[in-house]
Design a protein around this ligand. Sequence first.
Ligand SMILES: O=C[C@H](O)[C@H](O)[C@H](O)COP(=O)(O)O
Length: 222
Amino acid sequence: MSPQDLAKRQAAEAALAYIEPGEVLGVGTGSTVNHFIDLIAEKRLVADIKGAVSSSNASSERLKQIGVPVLDLNQTGELSIYVDGADEANPALQLIKGGGAALTREKIVAAASRKFVCIADRSKQVDVLGKFPLPVEVIPMAQSYVGRELFKLGGKPKLRDGVITDNGNVIIDLHGVAITDPLALETTINQITGVVCVGLFARRPADVLIVGSTDGIQTITR
Ligand SMILES: O=C[C@H](O)[C@H](O)[C@H](O)COP(=O)(O)O
């Protein structure tokens, strides 16, 4: 396992402590979350979990494989805990997410959860968000229009080739914008017609960030 992968696994392992027995768990998407799902099985915690609401078809499949029932958010009500990774996190625990194209469902599950526990390796920590291209999920017929509107914001919008989201939409990645005011940019992009969701989690940041590294675990709480 690479040092980065090991760091992701360490963060994922620390997040197991947030699982509330008998509760429905929110589960995100990505390689760090895959460690979290695998660890639930390895540490024999499956029976503790009533079920999970998942943010992607990929995570749903992985959860079912280890025997965790995947539930419909419309049937569960508010969730106590949501565990997910991130592409970037700033000191206010605002995030860029969507490198795996799951941003919309991730934002929905995060919004419907009381506590959002974000797990990451140290490479994801930044002072200013925006080195990682900002993913925007867009209704396919609006992709050219939205691209032109995003261009006006000063960055370089690029269609993510060959990617269709679980919701049947496309992803435009906005490159080269240093996000000094995440709340304002989230609002601006949300208001572009044809945008389904922007992968900027400023209005709903993480509540806890667990960072894994070769030096060990660091837990940051908002
Ligand atoms: O759409 C994907 C998600 O936002 C992921 O949580 C994010 O891309 C981080 O993924 P990873 O854990 O693979 O670095």
